[in-house]
Design a binder for this molecule. Structure first.
Ligand SMILES: NC(=O)c1ccc[n+]([C@@H]2O[C@H](COP(=O)([O-])OP(=O)(O)OC[C@H]3O[C@@H](n4cnc5c(N)ncnc54)[C@H](OP(=O)(O)O)[C@@H]3O)[C@@H](O)[C@H]2O)c1
Length: 301
């Protein structure tokens, strides 16, 4: 049921890893509806809709009349995007173009979830929102094209770039390390890519803060545009894995390797740490360190 009193938020990709934590975080304050390819949690009004289908999307927008869209649906398999670039283009670029077009037509606010992979990872310090982008792979390129539609199509859109997500509702690095350790005594993990693991609950709470600070206050044009939001502090994938096995008391030998030793279809940035200062200034909030977020995720599992 769609609530008539609360402001309506429509989440695309509501059954994905972020969507599954975001919907309950926003649910007490807003009326939540979702779009995805398959039905999920029955607490939320659900619309089975492919975002590449502009007509189908229009019907959903007309029925819900949302106040805000949080656009999290994407083709997120980074190596899969390399293998199926047309699919990545259709979902991440054309799907986002459809959503931006409808937000413009119906005057709906938009938050587009984007990624640290829009950067090439060559900067030695943390990336700010105004740093030049230069994606290394199809996933990053298609997410960046999505960003461009938001920036050129809307005057009051938000783009939230985040990194290395883990959450209870999806395939992620934490689950992979735990599962692989049950099957092998030795695990090779990449030690030459650095970033900030981010818990989907931390990101969801941060999105709630951004909505409060930007959209529930009198409109200020300088508050729109790009934000970086990740858990604080950073690590390599190897250091992340080491922390996971230590916290879970798992007995496995972790071997640090270079990415050249574990060749994968998509090239990844070496250092894609995001500077959260703009988010902190606007919301007067900070995200906790990733280790603390990981502990909380593991204790909830
Ligand atoms: N995961 C990360 O580490 C990470 C890092 C930085 C940024 N991000 C961004 O954060 C957002 C959320 O990521 P996530 O990890 O929650 O992704 P996810 O778990 O892959 O969830 C995405 C959801 O969108 C759905 N979807 C895919 N194509 C669709 C389409 N054409 N129409 C409607 N729904 C569609 C997916 O359904 P299926 O599962 O059935 O395909 C899935 O339920 C994404 O925009 C991603 O680019 C993610």
């Amino acid at each position: 049921m769609v609530d008539d009193i609360k402001k309506r938020i429509l989440i695309t990709g509501i059954n994905g890893m972020l969507g599954q934590d975001l919907a309950p975080v926003l649910n007490s304050q807003y009326s939540i509806s979702g779009i995805d390819l398959q039905a999920g949690d029955s607490r939320y009004a659900f619309f089975c809709c492919d975002i590449t289908d502009a007509e189908g999307l229009k019907k959903v927008f007309e029925e819900i009349k949302p106040w805000l869209i949080i656009h999290a649906a994407a083709f997120t398999d980074v190596d899969g995007c390399e293998k199926y670039p047309e699919k990545a283009e259709a979902i991440n670029v054309q799907g986002t173009r459809n959503i931006v077009g409808l937000c413009r037509e119906y005057n709906i606010k938009l938050i587009y979830i984007s990624t640290d992979y829009v950067f090439d990872g060559e900067k030695l310090s943390a990336y700010t929102e105004s740093d030049p982008t230069s994606p290394l792979n199809v996933y990053g390129r298609t997410k960046l094209l999505g960003e461009e539609f938001v920036l050129t199509g809307l005057t009051d859109g938000l783009i939230v770039r985040t990194s290395w997500l883990f959450g209870k509702g999806g395939k992620n690095f934490v689950k992979t390390i735990i599962a692989k350790s049950a099957q092998a005594d030795v695990l090779k993990v990449v030690n030459d890519q650095r970033g900030s693991p981010t818990h989907t609950v931390s990101l969801s709470l941060a999105l709630r803060e951004l909505i409060r600070s930007v959209f529930l206050k009198p409109a200020k044009s300088e508050n729109y545009g790009v934000y970086h939001v990740s858990n604080s502090e950073n690590c390599t994938w190897y250091e992340f894995a080491k922390t996971i096995v230590d916290l879970c008391d798992i007995n496995v030998d972790l071997v640090a390797v270079d990415s050249t030793q574990l060749a994968r279809p998509a090239k990844r940035p070496r250092r894609s740490i995001l500077d959260n200062s703009r988010y902190e200034q606007i919301t007067k909030n900070k995200l906790c360190p990733w280790r603390q977020a990981l502990q909380s995720y593991l204790s909830d599992r």
